[in-house]
Design a binder for this molecule. Sequence first.
Ligand SMILES: Cc1cc2nc3c(=O)[nH]c(=O)nc-3n(C[C@H](O)[C@H](O)[C@H](O)COP(=O)(O)OP(=O)(O)OC[C@H]3O[C@@H](n4cnc5c(N)ncnc54)[C@H](O)[C@@H]3O)c2cc1C
Length: 503
Amino acid sequence: MQVDYEVIIVGGGPVGMMLAAELALARVRVCVLERLMETTPYSRALTLHPRTLEILDMRGLKAKLLDRGKPITTGHFAALDTRLDFSVLDSSSNYTLIIPQHETEKVVEEWAKSLGVEIRREEEVVAVHQDQHGVEVVAVGPNGNAVLTALYVVGADGAASIVRKQAGIPFIGKNSTFTAMQGDVVLKNPPESGVPSYFNEQGLVMIVPLPKGMHRVVLIDPERMAVPKEEPVSLEELRASLLRILGDDLGISDPFWMTRFGNATLQAQRYREGRIFLAGDAAHIHFPAGGQGMNVGLQEAINLGWKLAAQLKGWAPDWLLDSYHTERFPINTALLTNTQVQSLLFGSSEFSPSVIALRNMLSNLLQIPEANYRLATQISAFNVQYEPDREMEPHVLNGRRFTELHLRLENDVCQNAYELFHSGSFLLLHLGSDERLYDVIDWSKYKHVHVVRASLAKGAPDWHDVHTALIRPDGYVAWAISQSESNPMEAIRKGIIHWCGHV
Ligand SMILES: Cc1cc2nc3c(=O)[nH]c(=O)nc-3n(C[C@H](O)[C@H](O)[C@H](O)COP(=O)(O)OP(=O)(O)OC[C@H]3O[C@@H](n4cnc5c(N)ncnc54)[C@H](O)[C@@H]3O)c2cc1C
């Protein structure tokens, strides 16, 4: 079928732009349809968590983001007094970057443009129809209606996703039961430092310092929790709630942006319907607790990008494309559970002495390093692990996050292994110098696999016995073969065909 694009992405928010760039990196002809003329200056997300920073590092974007944000070594769970310590995570990205979503979007969009993504702004998608050959998208723009065709369409068009609705994918879960408020404001008398939170029988306040001397104030006020999400927030309302909860309005003034949001918790029943996929808020929404929504969306984009590209370039194994849903759905189910738990601890049902006692008890438990670590790996997404490959011999690394190895290459140069992922290829990492590696398969047909022979310049847990490992383009270990493997070359050949296709 003759189509205008290989992939159309509906929605040019952070997730749509990231996915577009990932596809363009694999030389897929991709277009983003975005209804807004430009990125909104109002930033919902303020956080880039450790795993997201790692994947952005793998694409060479981390330094640009660091220039625009401020790292802090902690995160939070339900704004409990004991914060989550990210500094103990095994990564150089062992912190959260406080950065307005607007800035993240700009960096990702610039990257997408530099890779040749066509971004069509002021085009609002109003209809999506698919048949077995392709997908037709109708968009309304300043020049009237455009009918565009593609082999695949991805809905990255946010919570109210038209793509999800047109594809007939149910959005299942619970509607909002309360609302919270936030304002990006000037505080004449801000708290001394850090990202403090206050919880008492009158409500909850969280304060986050923003660039340019501003602060974000987030409030859950029992007296305002029943106000519908659509009702605008006023400065007077924020001031009154601060006085009620803290007994001090902190000298609040000059709001840049004020909004109200709820705790609706919904997930698409499936992330794929034929030639249509969903990613980001189009696939799941939840109470924005712990700053996770955009982070998981970006991680989804990097999971889907190479799989869709593989399908279009003709080398995808038949199971690969469906693994997007299989891998990401359970992760987001767990995310929805953790945000619902946080909602409860945030006082969604009561601000009572017993909730305060529960919060204090959990906060004390978080002082136990193992407990703190467990939740830190959840919020940072370091706990994400995909189903190990059952076709290969078991290895502890299979399915796990690829950590930042320090390699000594054959030319004796030391390199951070993340730098080997800038092109978005697989990495076949042979920790040795066996010449037979080059004859194991016809590598000229596997341009999407970067073959590297190296040794570990620095020890790394669980890597001491590795002979060869295949790392996916999204930074997870497809498989690792141990040095005790009786026929490693045959295992490598089999593993390459299983993951990188029979080309
Ligand atoms: C108050 C609040 C605070 C938050 N804080 C954080 C945080 O700290 N950390 C975090 O990780 N997440 C946070 N989130 C969540 C985060 O903002 C979202 O998860 C993220 O924006 C999702 O990105 P997306 O690209 O999927 O969707 P969106 O950002 O919603 O982007 C969708 C895009 O699609 C476009 N679009 C929609 N419909 C159409 C159409 N029909 N045609 C063309 N274009 C269309 C929209 O204009 C928009 O640009 C927060 C959310 C809220 C509400």
